[in-house]
Write a new protein. Structure first.
Length: 274
């Protein structure tokens, strides 16, 4: 059955929201770190030409020998682009600005939407030892372009960071529509893993109102864990560190650890209900 087919395969989760600045990259870095801290073997794939996930994990631009651009254009395998980070069990395939030209370069290539899926499938091709990631997290750019479509076509599920601000729900239906389109054309197994509310400020009435609205609208898809607005989270990337390494005891780190536990729990539920 499906579970057997999946045995030994990583769970592939894309962090997507076409809005910028909502916490996609921060969540990729820190959920990835938290999952690694509790024993998972995690690969982050940086699919944003800005390369913030790579920089935030301390990967110097000069050390990005191969990037996800080289992988998607077909120059190298994904394995060759992977770099170990300072966090045990956490690796990253970095990106560079080249990635912004990919859509034009791929033109109408028939497999243009499946480049990432095929690259991930090829991770173990002829590889010794085989890659043994348990989670692959894809950090998407702030747009519903070909890169994000590649991420959705390659993923088991989408995790949506939603910032607790007035326009949070605006754009969500467009995102869900895109997921639906990808499901009906490119990837019938795609699901929504969950929605994580970010930059929550309990003293702010608006923040509380947004939480209530999103929970009413999206129900159980919303994780219990909310990521608080926390200055340590925003400071950490300038040191090239995940917040869990920068300040393990801060509220931001605690929240990302709770989110990781919840993601794993939901993973188990998804598996048993399918
Ligand atoms: P995206 O990848 O969706 O564009 P980022 O993860 O880069 O968003 O976050 C946007 C900005 O907000 C960054 O400067 C980041 O450091 C900051 N940030 C993200 N989450 C938090 C948080 N919980 N508390 C404070 N600052 C945050
Ligand atoms: Mg980002």
């Amino acid at each position: 059955d499906k579970d057997d087919k999946r045995a030994g395969q990583p769970r592939i989760i894309a962090l997507a929201n076409q809005k910028g600045g909502v916490g996609k990259t921060t969540t990729a870095i820190n959920l990835g770190t938290a999952l690694a801290a509790i024993g998972e073997r995690v690969l982050i794939i940086d699919l944003d030409p800005q390369g913030n996930a790579s920089t935030g994990l301390g990967i110097d631009r000069r050390n990005r020998n191969y990037s996800t651009y080289d992988v998607l254009i077909g120059e190298v395998g994904l394995r060759e682009a992977v770099i170990a980070t300072a966090v045990p069990r956490l690796s990253i395939a970095p990106s560079t600005m080249d990635l912004s030209g990919l859509e034009l370069e791929l033109g109408n290539a028939r497999d243009r939407a499946f480049r990432l899926r095929d690259a991930i499938a090829g991770l173990n091709h002829n590889a010794q030892p085989p890659a043994d990631y348990t989670y692959v997290l894809i950090d998407c750019p702030p747009s519903l372009n070909l890169l994000t479509v590649n991420a959705m076509a390659a993923s088991d599920a989408i995790l949506v960071p939603l910032q607790c601000e007035f326009f949070a729900l605006e754009g969500l239906s467009q995102l869900l529509q895109t997921v639906e389109q990808v499901r009906s054309t490119l990837n019938p197994d795609l699901t929504i893993h969950g929605i994580v509310l970010t930059m929550f400020d309990s003293r702010n009435n608006l923040s509380n109102q947004v939480v209530a609205d999103v929970r009413q609208f999206m129900g159980k898809k919303v994780y219990d864990t909310m990521i608080p607005r926390n200055v340590r989270i925003s400071e950490a990337p300038s040191y090239g560190k995940p917040v869990l390494v920068y300040d393990l005891k801060c509220t931001g780190s605690e929240a990302y650890l709770r989110l990781a536990t919840e993601v794993i729990q939901r993973e188990r539920e998804l598996r048993t209900t399918h």
